[in-house]
Design a protein around this ligand. Structure first.
Ligand code: NDP
Length: 464
């Protein structure tokens, strides 16, 4: 009998996904550019090999799949995807579906959807190799009817939260890849805020990595329960095998990046969506890599961080500050998604997105469950104004302020937490200061301003 689905690209992610699909009882045909990889994969698939058909040519792959076909591409984003589509499409029937499951830029997915001569989906797959093998979060984009065709397989292999699959259709065209990118942007900010709290514990309060590990492990049993807080505790607890020192003392303080956070920040600017916590996190990674400049700065101006002495915040205040910062960061991310939804006409559903992120992906956390509920009940698209989180912020913003002030007073850089606090303050200032900006713009460029009496396109006394 023929396979129910096909897959191209047996790299890290493709191989894991293929095994996951086979394990869930679906027959799958696979093909890889380098044939030896296909053979090796099949040979090492154990009892799952019975459900996997290895093929040596694209023609053989297509032939091995039942009609109407569905074929997943798991190759590097960019030109490889276009090449594979170009090679594959002529071999397919008019109803055969191509699914790009790599990390495509959503603009590319929009273009591929428009140019496609047959059914096409772009889906975001989150959770790394482990997720792909045992349950990723899946964010689908394209025609709903095409998603529905493969939904039984994709929901079966996805992560589950209380039995509910973390695989959902997000919207048309590149919506799935877009949501995946914002997920990554939020991930950057979430990680950065945790790292900033670590900085206070280490530099302000003199905690050893062991004590830092204890703090994160305890927080992981409370409202901050999340994969990222959990692994932060494990990283802090880890010991370097070579030296016997705490691992954090041997890791160079320069963060790498593949660019998805940067891309989210750039896209947010195009959408005029304020995501200052995410932007701050991208900036912090860029800055972290300038180690020589930072060392020179420390030589000229003295070390930034100084011990906090009696001014140390309590651990409870730090926890509360992190909760507040996290809520504000997610509020920004969801708002950006809402802005894109409007711009691209996608009708993205924020509660569905929060539900999809509850398991399988890097930002999975207990709080996302509350966010899904709160966003479903809220009339606003901003989480700050959803009752449950309004109260959470009311309970925690004073702690965020205390922590950011203490950091500033003791030379500890807190870019993401600080950006969260400024965002919060700006978002509760009914009368801001852009009247000055408008006055300046009118002064030098006669750009005009609106008056409180409702008259528009007005000018100051400097206009002729
Ligand atoms: P790998 O580098 O492990 O595998 C790449 C695969 O694509 C290989 O099977 C390779 O075949 C094939 N390939 C490369 N170039 C071409 C080409 N021009 N034409 C046809 N096939 C090609 O990549 P990953 O599995 O890590 O990543 C795949 C996709 O998944 C990427 O878009 C990535 O961004 C995304 N992703 C990765 C995650 C991760 O944690 N790694 C997480 C989420 C998404 P060959 O054996 O012949 O080289």
């Amino acid at each position: 009998s023929k396979a129910e689905i096909g897959l191209i690209g047996l790299g890290t992610m493709g191989a894991a996904l293929a095994l996951n699909i086979a394990e869930h009882g679906f027959d799958i045909a696979v093909w890889n550019r380098t044939a030896s990889v296909t053979q090796g994969f099949h040979a090492s698939a154990g009892e799952l090999a019975a459900r996997i058909t290895p093929t040596e040519t694209l023609e053989a792959l297509v032939e091995a799949i039942a009609q109407p076909r569905a074929i997943i591409l798991m190759v590097p984003a960019g030109a490889a995807v276009d090449e594979q589509i170009a090679a594959l499409r002529p071999l397919l029937g008019p109803d055969d579906l191509i699914i790009d499951a790599g990390n495509a830029n959503f603009h590319d997915t929009n273009r591929r959807t428009r140019d496609a001569t047959g059914p096409f989906l772009g889906i975001g797959v989150s959770g790394g190799e482990e997720g792909a093998r045992h349950g990723p979060a899946i964010m689908g984009g394209g025609k709903r009817a095409d998603w529905d065709r493969v939904a039984p397989i994709l929901t079966a292999i996805s992560a589950k939260h209380d039995g509910e699959p973390c695989a959902n259709w997000m919207g048309e065209e590149g919506a799935g890849h877009f949501v995946k990118a914002v997920h990554n942007g939020i991930e950057y900010a979430d990680m950065q805020m945790i790292a900033e709290i670590y900085g206070i514990l280490r530099d302000g309060m003199g905690y050893t990595p062991d004590r830092v590990a204890d703090v994160f492990a305890r927080w992981n049993d409370g409202p901050l329960q999340s994969y990222l807080v959990e692994i932060s505790g494990k990283v802090a607890a880890a010991v370097d095998k070579k030296t016997g020192k705490p691992l954090l003392e041997v890791i160079v303080d320069a963060a790498g990046q593949k660019g998805t956070g940067r891309w989210t920040a750039i896209e947010a600017q195009h959408l005029a969506a304020p995501i200052p916590c995410i932007e701050a996190a991208v900036v912090a990674r860029n800055l972290s890599s300038r180690r020589d400049a930072r060392a020179e700065g420390e030589r000229l101006f003295g070390a930034g961080p100084v011990p906090m002495g009696d001014a140390v915040p309590s651990e409870a205040a730090l926890e509360s500050a992190l909760i507040c910062g996290k809520i504000l960061c997610y509020a920004q991310g969801f708002e950006m998604i809402a802005a894109a939804s409007e711009q691209f006409g996608w009708s993205l559903d924020l509660p569905t997105i929060a539900r999809t992120w509850r398991a399988g992906c890097i930002i999975r956390s207990a709080m996302l469950d509350d966010m899904a509920t709160a966003l479903a009940e809220a009339s606003s698209r901003n989480l700050m104004f959803a009752d449950f989180f309004t109260r959470k912020i009311q309970d925690s913003h004073a702690d965020l302020r205390q922590v950011v002030c203490a950091g500033a007073a003791h030379g500890i850089a807190l870019p993401a937490l600080g950006a969260g606090l400024s965002y919060f303050d700006a978002m509760r200032t009914a009368r801001g200061t852009a009247d000055m900006i408008q006055g300046q713009r009118d002064y030098f460029g006669l750009h005009g301003f609106e008056r409180f009496d409702g008259r528009k396109d007005q000018h100051g006394p400097w206009a002729g």
